[in-house]
Design a protein around this ligand. Structure first.
Ligand code: PLP
Length: 359
C-alpha cells in the first residue's frame, strides 16, 4: 500500500501567482537576515559530547525560562513529544490526552509505533478537557487494564483554535493526574503564544508539568529546533532515547543560535500576531456565510458551510489571489498569523475571502 502525501495547495504550481499572504501555518516563517547572522556567529562543538556552547546556552536559557532543572535540544517538536512519551511510558501504558491533540492526529501514530503506548482521547471544548473529564476516564487498577501513566496537555491547544488553558483549569488537571500517581507532559509547541496572550510566565504555566517543550519553528521563526525540559533525571533518561533515535547532534549549535536569537527578539512581538489574528477574525466575521471562532492567539478558524463552499474550495480560490490558508475539516479553514504576515497581508486575506465567497 502506498502512502499518498497531501501537499499544501498550490505551493509548487507554477501557474499560480506568488504568495502575498501565507497564512498556511506559522511553520512557514523563514529565518531573517539577523537570525542567519546569529547562526553564522555561533560558537559550536560536538553536542553528543556536551561540547557545543551554543546548544548549552540555549538549553540553560530554556531550563531557566520553564523553571526546570535541565533541557535538551532536539530537531523538532514531534521528537520532543515522542522522546518524552518514550521516557515516561512503558509498552502497554495508556496516555490521556485531548482527542484532537497533535500526538493523536499528527505524529504518524508515534506513541504506538515507538513507545508501544495507547492514547485515550478525551473530549472537551476548544481542545481542552477538565479535571472531572480526566477523572471519569480513569480505569480501575486491575491486572487486565492498561496502566494509565501519563496525562498530556497542549498549550496552546492547536486544533482547539490556538486556545490558552486557564492556569487554574490546567493545574486542576495536572494535580489530579499527580494525585493518581501519573506523570504530566505539556506539548508547548506554542507555549510562548500562551505566555504572551495571558501574561502568565512560562515557569508558572509549566510548574505542574514533569516535562514541557517549546518549538522554535512556529511563530518564533527559526528554521528548526525545539527544546524539551524537565528534571535532571528525566533529561538524563531522555538523552538515551535521543541517542537511540539518531537525534544526538554534532555542531547543532548553528541551529540553536537561531533559537536563542528567537528568544531574544521574537517573543514580545507575538502580540502583533495575536492582534493581526483578531483583526482578521473581525474582518472575516463580517462576511456573509462565515462562522468565525474567536481567536485567543495566532490561529483563526472559521466555518464555510454557510457559503456553500467547502474549506478546500475556498482555499483554492483565495490562492489565486496570492493568499494561502490551510484546512482542518470539510468546512473548517485555518488561517495562521506570524512574523512574515503584516497588516497588508491580513487586509488582502480578508478581501480575498470576501471576493471568493461572493455569489
Ligand atoms: C507543530 C506542532 C507539533 C510538532 O512540532 P514539529 O516541530 O512540527 O515537529 C506538536 N504539537 C503541536 C501542538 C504543534 O502545533
Amino acid at each position: 500500500m502506498s502512502a499518498s502525501v497531501r501537499m499544501a495547495p498550490g505551493r509548487i504550481d507554477p501557474s499560480l501567482p506568488p504568495l502575498r499572504a501565507n497564512l498556511y501555518s506559522d511553520t512557514q516563517t523563514k529565518p531573517s537576515t539577523a537570525m542567519k547572522e546569529a547562526m553564522m556567529a555561533a560558537e559550536v562543538g560536538d553536542e553528543q559530547h556536551g561540547d557545543d556552547p551554543a546548544i548549552q546556552e540555549l538549553c540553560d536559557r530554556m531550563a531557566a525560562l520553564t523553571g526546570k532543572q535541565a533541557a535538551m535540544f532536539l530537531p523538532s517538536g514531534t521528537m520532543c513529544n515522542q522522546i518524552a512519551i518514550l521516557t515516561h511510558c512503558r509498552p502497554g501504558d495508556e496516555i490521556l490526552a485531548h482527542e484532537l491533540s497533535h500526538i493523536v492526529a499528527n505524529e504518524g501514530g508515534g506513541p504506538g509505533a515507538l513507545a508501544g503506548a495507547v492514547v485515550l482521547g478525551l473530549k472537551g471544548a476548544r481542545g481542552q478537557f477538565d479535571a472531572e473529564t480526566m477523572r471519569a476516564a480513569l480505569r480501575e487498577r486491575r491486572r487486565n487494564s492498561p496502566p494509565q501513566t501519563l496525562v498530556e496537555v497542549e498549550q496552546t491547544a492547536n486544533a482547539g483554535g490556538g486556545t490558552v488553558w486557564p492556569l487554574d483549569k490546567l493545574n486542576a488537571v495536572l494535580d489530579a493526574a499527580h494525585a493518581e500517581g501519573m506523570r504530566t507532559h505539556m506539548d508547548g509547541a506554542r507555549l510562548m503564544n500562551a505566555v504572551v496572550a495571558s501574561g502568565v510566565p512560562a515557569h508558572e504555566m509549566a510548574a505542574h508539568c514533569d516535562s514541557v517543550w517549546l518549538d522554535f519553528t512556529k511563530g518564533l521563526g527559526a528554521p528548526l529546533g525545539a527544546v524539551l525540559c524537565g528534571s535532571e533525571d528525566f533529561i538524563d533518561r531522555a538523552w538515551r532515547w535521543k541517542q537511540r533515535l539518531g537525534g544526538a547532534l554534532r555542531q547543532g549549535g548553528i541551529c540553536a543560535a537561531a533559537c536563542t536569537y528567537a528568544l531574544d527578539h521574537n517573543i514580545a512581538r507575538l502580540a502583533e500576531d495575536h492582534e493581526n489574528a483578531r483583526i482578521l477574525a473581525r474582518g472575516l466575521a463580517q462576511i456573509p456565510g462565515l462562522e468565525v471562532e474567536a481567536p485567543e492567539t495566532n490561529l483563526v478558524f472559521f466555518d464555510t458551510s454557510g457559503t456553500g463552499l467547502t474549506a478546500d474550495e475556498l482555499a483554492a480560490r483565495v490562492r489565486t489571489m496570492g493568499v494561502q490558508v490551510s484546512t482542518a475539516g470539510k468546512y473548517r479553514v485555518r488561517a495562521c498569523t506570524h512574523l512574515d504576515v503584516d497588516r497588508a497581508g491580513i487586509d488582502l486575506a480578508i478581501q480575498a475571502v470576501r471576493e471568493k465567497t461572493r455569489g
